[in-house]
Design a protein around this ligand. Structure first.
Ligand code: B16
Ligand code: MG
Length: 232
């Protein structure tokens, strides 16, 4: 059972760090004197740190020098680190541990494919770091999602062709990245938002136990007939 591999996004799939990003970005918006809401925070999901700051400054209609931007990127991350260094295994999202156990039992390897430069620290905090075959994070890429680079490096770490990789993602940019890498995309979250994904589930507890066997029979065994789960 080594013909497919899995690439997991981190924030929104394995853990919910978006709430900590929100608090840290809100601190900065407060300092700069404008309102930053949870709805605004949705725009930052799956987006790199640098791009997140640009979006935040657009929301507040604030222009800053490059030096100031660099200062704020550092101070925002310091605030964020204050939150994530308090994380523990209880913050692993429902279904994630069970899904990793299923993959282990099937002998299917998995790597991380996250935009976060803090991904290794977060995985260590929640006790999952050692379980992954490899980590691809914001430090490993030159192009952010929706560019497929993060997932293509993930496929290399798995030693597999992109078409044999399954990506679990909660952000539109991540689903687009997986699709343009020619991988099977699984959208975790609102199907209306993630409608470009090959498969959709609200969360990881909904993944059927035979999901991977079905994907193997549909993708790897080249059975082009519509499958039990695949509706698109
Ligand atoms: P950092 P993911 C992403 O993680 C977050 O969704 C996004 O909100 C954040 O800006 C990005 O990581 C960078 O994070 O500041 O820690 O480098 O969803 O790709 O796992
Ligand atoms: Mg995410």
């Amino acid at each position: 059972m080594n013909k497919i591999g899995v690439i997991f996004d981190l924030d929104g799939v394995i853990v919910d760090t978006a709430k900590y990003h929100f608090l840290a970005w809100k601190d900065l918006a407060d300092e700069l004197g404008f309102e930053f809401t949870e709805k605004h925070n949705e725009l930052l999901k799956g987006v790199s740190r640098v791009r997140s700051l640009e979006i935040l400054l657009d929301i507040g209609n604030v222009e800053l020098s490059e030096t100031k931007k660099q200062d704020y990127l550092i101070s925002k991350n310091e605030v964020y680190l204050g939150y994530i260094t308090k994380m523990g295994p209880d913050e692993i999202l429902p279904g994630a541990n069970a899904l990793l156990n299923t993959l282990d039992a099937l002998g299917i390897q998995y790597v991380l494919g996250s935009a976060s430069k803090n991904a290794p620290l977060i995985l260590k905090q929640v006790g999952l770091y050692e379980r992954f075959t490899g980590i691809v994070d914001g430090n490993s890429v030159s192009q952010a999602k929706p560019d497929p680079e993060v997932f293509l490096i993930g496929a290399e770490k798995l030693g597999l062709a992109p078409e044999n990789c399954i990506v679990f993602e909660d952000a539109i940019a991540g689903v687009e990245a997986a699709n343009s890498a020619n991988m099977t995309s699984v959208g975790i979250g609102d199907e209306d938002i993630l409608h470009e994904a090959d498969f959709n589930f609200n969360n990881l507890t909904e993944i059927p136990s035979d999901f991977f066997l079905k994907v193997i029979s549909e993708k790897i065994l080249k059975n082009d007939e519509p499958g039990l789960y695949k509706t698109k």
